[in-house]
Design a binder for this molecule. Structure first.
Ligand SMILES: Nc1ncnc2c1ncn2[C@@H]1O[C@H](COP(=O)(O)OP(=O)(O)OP(=O)(O)O)[C@@H](O)[C@H]1O
Ligand SMILES: [Mg+2]
Length: 285
C-alpha cells in the first residue's frame, strides 16, 4: 500500500518566486502620517518645573522645556541622567511629584485626565520592541486600535497593513515577532504606534539594541516621520540622526536639563563643559 508522505511540521512550504521570508522592501514612498491641519509651532509638549524622586533619590530636578508641533527634539546625556524617566513622565508611565506636563493641552498630572486616552495619543517606541510575541504582526498592529480606539477589525486591519506596507514589510503580516529581525521588529513597533494616530511620538533609544546593520533601516523610518511633520522627542545617541533632522538637542546630566539648544548651537558653539565632554566621547566612537 502506498501512502502520501506527510511533510514534517517544520518543513518549508513549497513556493515559487522569491522567498517571501526575505521580502523586505524597505521604506516605501508616501507619507507615514496624514497631513495635519493644525499650524506648526504650537506647543505640543510642555514640561514645566518637573521634579521626581525615587524614595530619597532625586531623579529629575526642575526640568522645563517645550516641544512645538512638528518639532524634533533629541534628548541625550550620560547613562543614568534621567532621559528615559523624563520621557516616561510625558505619557504618564512614571508619576512625578512636582511640576506639570501638558500634551496637546491635556495635563498629564490631573485627576480628571483620562490616562489611557492620553497614552493612546502619545506613541512610544522603546529600545526593546515590546511587540506581543504570541500575536501575529497583523494582530500586533490592530489590537490596540480595536481595544483602545474601538475601531472595527476591518478598519484596524486596513490601517495596520497600510502602515506595514509603508515600512516595507507587507510580506510579513502573518508572521510572529520572533520570525523577524530586530530592525524589522522595530519598524513594526513604529508602524503599530503610528496606527493609533498619535499627536506626538516618543522614542527611547530605539536603535541601541540593534545590530549595526539594522540601525539604518529604523533611522530611515524615523527620518521620514520627522520630515512628514511628526512631533518627536527622541532619546538617542545617534548624532547623525540628530544632525539630520533634530530642531533642538536637550542634554541631560544628573536629572537636570543642562543644555536646551538649537541643533546648530549644540553642535557648533561653546556649551557647558559637561555637554562638551559628553559630545567628545560619543563623537570619537
Ligand atoms: N524604578 C526605579 N527605582 C529607583 N531608581 C531608579 C528607577 N528607575 C531609574 N532609576 C534611577 O534613576 C536614574 C535615571 O534613570 P534613567 O533610566 O531615566 O536614566 P537614562 O538617562 O535613561 O539612562 P540610560 O542612558 O542608561 O538609559 C538612574 O540613576 C537610575 O538608576
Ligand atoms: Mg534610558
Amino acid at each position: 500500500m502506498t501512502s502520501t508522505p506527510i511533510p514534517a511540521p517544520d518543513a518549508p512550504e513549497p513556493h515559487s518566486g522569491p522567498d517571501p521570508a526575505l521580502a523586505d522592501e524597505g521604506l516605501a514612498k508616501g507619507p507615514l502620517i496624514p497631513p495635519s491641519k493644525a499650524a506648526s509651532g504650537e506647543p505640543m509638549i510642555a514640561i514645566d518645573g518637573v521634579s521626581k524622586w525615587y524614595g530619597a533619590f532625586q531623579v529629575l530636578t526642575d526640568c522645563t522645556t517645550r516641544v512645538s508641533k512638528g518639532e524634533v527634539v533629541v534628548v541625550c546625556g550620560p547613562s543614568g541622567s534621567g532621559k528615559s524617566t523624563l520621557i516616561k513622565c510625558v505619557n504618564a508611565l512614571e508619576p512625578f511629584q512636582k511640576g506639570q506636563i501638558s500634551v496637546d493641552g491635556t495635563k498629564v498630572k490631573d485627576r480628571s485626565t483620562n490616562l489611557p486616552k492620553l497614552r493612546s495619543r502619545v506613541g512610544m517606541v522603546f529600545q526593546h520592541f515590546e511587540l506581543f510575541p504570541h500575536l501575529s504582526i497583523t494582530d500586533n498592529l490592530t489590537i490596540a486600535q480595536r481595544k483602545v480606539l474601538g475601531r472595527s477589525g476591518e478598519d484596524a486591519k486596513r490601517r495596520g497593513l497600510d502602515l506595514l506596507a509603508r515600512v516595507g514589510l507587507s510580506a510579513h503580516a502573518e508572521k510572529f515577532p520572533g520570525q523577524l529581525s530586530g530592525g524589522q521588529q522595530q519598524r513594526v513597533a513604529i508602524a503599530r504606534a503610528l496606527a493609533m494616530n498619535p499627536v506626538v511620538m516618543l522614542f527611547d533609544e530605539p536603535t541601541s539594541a540593534l545590530d549595526p546593520e539594522m540601525v539604518g533601516e529604523v533611522l530611515d523610518v524615523m527620518v521620514e516621520l520627522a520630515r512628514d511633520g511628526m512631533t518627536m522627542m527622541v532619546v538617542t545617541h545617534e548624532m547623525g540622526f540628530a544632525r539630520k533632522v533634530a530642531d533642538r538637542v536637550i542634554f541631560m546630566d544628573r536629572g537636570e536639563i543642562v543644555e536646551d539648544a538649537t541643533k546648530d548651537d549644540f553642535f557648533g558653539q561653546p556649551r557647558s563643559p559637561r555637554a562638551q565632554q559628553f559630545l567628545s566621547k560619543i563623537l570619537s566612537h
